[in-house]
Design a protein around this ligand. Structure first.
Ligand SMILES: [Zn+2]
Length: 52
């Protein structure tokens, strides 16, 4: 695998929680970009539900 491959027109953004600005445990999946703590607190507001 090559490390030199650069995707044009795409800037790598740092993973920072858009809610609390934390960079710890930030979930970038699903386009959330929020930390696990905020995810847990806001999951229902965002539309995610717990499946437990
Ligand atoms: Zn957060």
């Amino acid at each position: 695998m090559s490390e030199n491959k650069v995707e044009k027109g795409y800037k790598v953004k740092p993973k920072i929680c858009k809610l609390c600005k934390s960079h710890k445990g930030v979930i970038s999946k699903y386009g959330l970009k929020i930390c696990r703590r905020c995810f847990k607190e806001n999951a229902e507001h965002i539309g995610f539900r717990k499946y437990d």
